[in-house]
Design a protein around this ligand. Structure first.
Ligand code: NAP
Length: 463
């Protein structure tokens, strides 16, 4: 068997790189991951993953790059950020990779709208990435350039500019941004989906992907459609308002300038986010790379409330006083998992993880309630639980469709193993399901088997 590949990452605690590190580690690749320090939940989580060697230090310090590339490595996934001189850092890393003989270098780039000659200005924080991209091409590194869509988890009800989902006194939400309400924008769940997509590009190699620019977006939705998805997921009205970017908190100077240009170019001039050449059919490649993506409605239903709660917000608890949630931890999920005697939810590192977010969360929400209180309160509470159970059924239906897609994907042999990381706000957790006993070769069937089991248990359990 060939030795496992070694892949280098930087800014590894960031959303893009962390997503990739989790997946690469899970399939047994070795990861050499730079981070500034080991402080924070994500940094701690990555330190505890198997196959991950942490290189601690600032990217401004040349000794960090020396250590990062000192041992042999074949691959790299590099996402620079605006913290520090991005162009200088981006070039220095590319040079170090070239010297180290990296065979496939994936750089997370972004467009420079000024190159299209349509009177669009360059968005400052993106143009520096494009400069780095051009430098990587110039020095002849075997490279691929991924362009990420708008992250789902930019949304917050805190007063951050551009993606604020502002809670209103009547418990509805309003998102105000400068985009035209009918302008499609590319979206992705960075924490959930960057890792598997990048992994797949690395697996298919530079012969297929060398020199290419790959948009990573799994949906192309207008602001109105996004609000509808949030509204369905949160079960309350969510309204889009086209309006200027409001900056209510101190932001870094470069970011303020970036937002002004964004408002003009993407808002008033309606330039396509990725640029005209990449925007057309922009979800096609990403979905071919990775079919198990999390869409915005699932994000809004499953993750947004958890992230909000992690930020100290409480709107998601309101109205839940009568039914009290009891801790019966993922009843359905665990029942299913425990059916395979050879494998447990965690602990067997050779049988690698698949996670069923929909089933787990859905099952817990629908089933783990105890209803106390007087008759009228009980009736109201049961009504609420009934509504939730209905939501769960819908969720399972969409989950089953997705599991099928994953199973097909798996059968094509595109991934040795699959990780579906469920983000609890800033936390992450991995849950795992092993293949069906006796069917170890065909893990796709394993997915369907377990989903089938979960569904029949749910079907036979009254809400
Ligand atoms: N949000 C979007 O929708 C979107 C879309 C396309 C492109 N992008 C680009 O993605 C890049 C960010 O990547 P990401 O989302 O993976 O990262 P992220 O989650 O925003 O995390 C920032 C990363 O930068 C590191 N960092 C280094 N120096 C820092 C400093 N002085 N202060 C704070 N952080 C510092 C952080 O390290 P610590 O953990 O140690 O703080 C962390 O690893 C940006 O360049 C952005 O333009 C974002």
């Amino acid at each position: 068997m060939p030795p496992p590949k070694t892949v280098i990452t930087i800014n590894s605690s960031g959303r893009q790189a962390a997503s990739f590190v989790r997946v690469a580690s899970a399939i047994g690749w070795k990861v050499r991951a730079q981070m500034r320090d080991r402080v924070g939940i994500v940094a701690q989580e990555l330190c505890s993953l198997p196959n991950v060697a942490i290189i601690e230090g600032s990217l401004d310090d040349p000794r960090t790059l020396e250590r990062l590339f000192s041992e042999p490595a074949q691959l790299a996934f590099i996402n620079t950020t605006h913290w520090g001189d991005e162009v200088r850092i981006g070039k220095a890393i590319a040079d170090a990779a070239k010297r180290a003989g990296i065979q496939h270098y994936i750089y997370s780039s972004m467009p420079d709208h000024s190159v299209y000659d349509r009177g669009w200005r360059a968005l400052p924080l993106w143009a520096s990435k494009f400069t780095v991209e051009n430098y990587i091409r110039q020095i002849g590194l075997p490279a691929t350039f991924v362009y990420t869509g708008i992250y789902h988890n930019n949304f917050t009800s805190l007063p951050y500019p551009l993606f604020r989902m502002e809670l209103q006194p009547d418990d509805t939400f309003v998102w105000q941004a400068p985009f035209h309400p009918n302008q499609p924008l590319p979206w992705l769940d960075a924490e959930h989906d960057v890792g598997p997509a990048v992994l797949q590009i690395l697996k298919e190699g530079p012969r297929k992907w060398g020199g290419k620019r790959v948009p990573l977006a799994f949906s192309h939705l207008t602001p109105r459609q996004v609000c509808k998805a949030f509204s369905r997921a949160l079960d309350r009205p969510v309204r889009y308002v086209r309006g200027p970017v409001e900056i209510e908190i101190p932001v870094p100077t470069g970011y303020a300038e970036h937002l002004i240009v964004l408002e003009e170019v993407l808002g008033e001039q309606r330039a396509p986010y990725f640029g005209p050449d990449l925007e057309k059919d922009c979800t096609k490649t990403a979905i071919q790379l990775w079919e198990g993506y999390r869409d915005i409605e699932e994000y809004a239903r499953e993750v947004f409330p958890l992230e909000e709660a992690a930020n100290g917000l409480t709107w998601m608890n309101e109205g839940d006083e009568t039914p009290t949630e009891i801790n019966s931890d993922y009843q359905v999920g665990l029942m299913v998992l425990h059916e395979d005697k050879g494998c447990r939810h965690s602990g067997n590192s050779r049988k690698r993880p698949i996670a069923f977010t929909g089933v787990f969360f859905g099952a817990r929400k629908a089933k783990a309630f105890r209803v106390n209180g007087r008759a009228r309160q009980r009736r109201a509470a049961l009504q609420k639980i009934g509504d939730r159970a209905h939501g769960v059924c819908r969720l399972i239906a969409s989950f089953l469709a997705r599991a099928k897609r994953i199973a097909n994907f798996w059968r094509r042999g595109s991934l040795m193993s699959l990780v579906w990381v469920v983000d609890h706000g800033v936390y992450s957790y991995h849950s795992s399901v092993a293949p069906v006993p006796g069917e170890r070769r065909n893990r796709g069937i394993g997915v369907l088997y377990y989903v089938g089991q979960a569904k029949s248990i749910l079907d036979s359990t009254p809400p």
